[in-house]
Design a protein around this ligand. Sequence first.
Ligand code: PHE
Length: 339
Amino acid sequence: MIEKIHKLIEEAEAFSTQSLEELEVFRIKFLGKKGLLNDLFASFKEVPNEQKKDFGQAINKLKSAAQEKVNSLKASLENTTSDASLFGDLSRPGEPFNIGARHPISLVKNQIIDIFSRVGFNVSEGPEVEDDWHNFTALNLPEHHPARDMQDTFFIQTDPDVLLRTHTSSVQVRYMENNQPPIRTISPGRVYRNEAISGRSHCFFHQVEGLYIDKNVSFADLKQTLQYFTTELFGKSKIRLRPSYFPFTEPSAEVDVYWGLETETDYKMTKGTGWLEIMGCGMVDPNVLENCGIDSKEYSGFAFGMGIDRIALLLHQISDIRLLSENNMRFLEQFKSAL
Ligand code: PHE
């Protein structure tokens, strides 16, 4: 009897097949309800006591040999069959490949960076959490200066003040502190202002500010740079400069580009005038240069700063600024082709 079991163990261990059907036959023969193992277990009670131990060990060995064989063959056969069905039908359509989309803010930001880097500007970045010096004081906005109210600030801490930057002019201060002219840099980044949220404005938005400092830089250079930029970005060259005030520039101006009034979004974004206010600019105040360690008798420069969000709304005809920060897939997916 024990001999017979050892034979069966050998048979089970030697078994091999390429087909799942044959494997199933093998499984039923050994492990099925009416299989050999169940028969053997049933005959266990007839075995004389002194043989019970050997007999028991032998059937257990047979059982695990058969089970292991079934498991390992099954695993390898299933792998090969699923591979075969995967590669077998070459006319199957490919797996859909889901490409991502860039956010409209990034699209416009990259376009702006591209336009300025073509005329020699580099990109500089800085922290969003700023101190008072870099966001205000160095920019000719000492404590209690009324113009601080122009930008409603989110304070994180007072005394000493720690705040969320209200513009990326703070990056320009850092850049001037660490670099001597000639300077040509643009600073893209997110900024924060405590403003009511509506379809046209948000409490955080994105800016690109630019700074050019060298010997003999004049307002004419600024105007020409703006003209170049608006033509490149909008394909429109009609701009106007309105006198304005910023503490860090003198003289200062507000730049409008004539966009036109073709769509409802155009009406909304230009308040029905067709003119889009795109940026503030001016000649860097000598005080600012001195604050940042640059000799204002030798050097002069211009600076400008624009919000990217409203430009993105117009360029992509988006009717509400809040869509830009909602992360709604149905909105974002529409920019797949706009790389
Ligand atoms: N920092 C200004 C703002 O955020 C924009 C600006 C930059 C104006 C440079 C003039 C010169 O509103």
